[in-house]
Design a protein. Structure first.
Ligand code: TRP
Length: 332
């Protein structure tokens, strides 16, 4: 049997996920877990590069785990773990720091953005963020890294650092490839359909969060902007709002766009928006229920994380000890 490729991805437990994340990232991961050896980390070490409330960070870590399990990520197939449970991440990061230049970190787009947004807290961790992410990926001899396009520069720098280490010492790290996730259906903001739906939009009424209750979901869809005219027709150029709602409906029902149009032929915008809202709410309800059920099963969640940390540590330490040998750390 052909050896399976290794896939690595991580998510910060601070993210307030939207239905766009569900349709894009999470659904993708549940498909990918069948074809790859997968590692999925909850990146709490990355999270503290901006100030967190400790009790909230702890709770969000478990919320995130429960959400992924509720969405169908299978801990038998994937290694799911918390980044800080595997000390090799911090250890490799330190070594890789010595192969990374201050200038190249200062030029990273996300560092510049976050420095502007958190001008009072431009800490070393924020600047080192890409090196820690390179350590995450390289520790597992990763073949593919499924990420959004916003992470392109980070995967590029991980490849550069790996190459640099391999050239300076000898081949040690596999050079990873990014797998850019085409958001199944591109989901836009309900109030400004020219923009992508975002977890950090100015107006939270334009984004539907996976944690929104039924009434909130329906209220947000009822207030979604539509367009002048009366027809429920997919035409992103001229009818951005209606087209976005049709995309969401199609993503949540598995129907094609033309089937979606047919479902609403001759009906009014009000009825249409309500129907899309109900469809989304119906789909979120079982996920939220399962997430809540899992959150009450503390021992089960602990077990998943304990087993994840063990399996991740084993793989990570294999790479780390090679690295330590090559760079001349005296071994006991
Ligand atoms: N920086 C990523 C994000 O914000 C999260 C992340 C941390 C990650 N380490 C990673 C993603 C390793 C892929 C691989 O989305």
């Amino acid at each position: 049997m052909e050896e399976r490729k290794t896939l690595y991805s991580a998510i910060q437990p601070t993210n307030n996920l939207t239905i766009g994340n569900l349709i894009g990232a999470i659904k993708n991961w549940t498909n990918l877990q069948n074809g790859y050896d997968c590692f999925f980390a909850i990146a709490n070490m990355h999270a503290i590069t901006v100030r967190q409330v400790p009790a909230e960070l702890r709770q969000k870590t478990l919320n995130m785990l429960a959400l992924y399990l509720a969405c169908g990520i299978d801990p038998e197939k994937c290694v799911m773990y918390v980044q800080s449970h595997v000390p090799a991440h911090a250890e490799l990061c330190w070594v890789l720091n010595t192969l990374t230049y201050v200038g190249e970190m200062e030029r990273m787009t996300q560092f510049k953005d976050k420095s502007a947004r958190h001008a009072e807290n431009i800490n070393m961790g924020l600047m080192d963020y890409p090196v820690l992410m390179a350590a995450d990926i390289l520790l597992y001899q990763t073949d593919v890294v499924p990420v959004g396009l916003d992470q392109r520069q980070h995967v590029e720098i991980a490849r550069d650092i790996a190459q640099r280490f391999n050239n300076a010492f000898s081949p040690t790290f596999k050079i990873p490839e990014a797998l850019y996730m085409k958001v199944g259906a591109k989901i836009n903001d309900l109030l400004d359909p020219s923009k992508k739906m975002s977890k950090s939009a100015e107006n939270p009424n334009g984004s539907v969060f996976l944690s929104d209750d039924r009434d909130t979901v329906i209220r947000k869809f009822r207030r979604a902007v539509t367009d002048s005219g009366l027809e429920i027709k997919y035409d992103p150029e001229n009818k951005a709002g209606v087209s976005n709602l049709l995309s969401i409906y199609s993503a949540f029902t598995g129907k094609t766009i033309s089937e979606a149009e047919a479902d609403f032929a001759g009906r009014g915008y009000g009825e249409f928006k309500l129907a899309v809202g109900e469809t989304v709410a119906d789909r979120l309800a079982p996920i939220q229920k399962e997430q809540a059920r899992l959150l009450a099963e503390k021992d089960y969640l602990d077990g998943v994380l304990r087993s994840g940390a063990e399996r991740a540590s084993k793989a990570a330490n294999r790479t780390l000890s090679k690295v330590y040998k090559k760079i001349g750390f005296f071994q006991l």
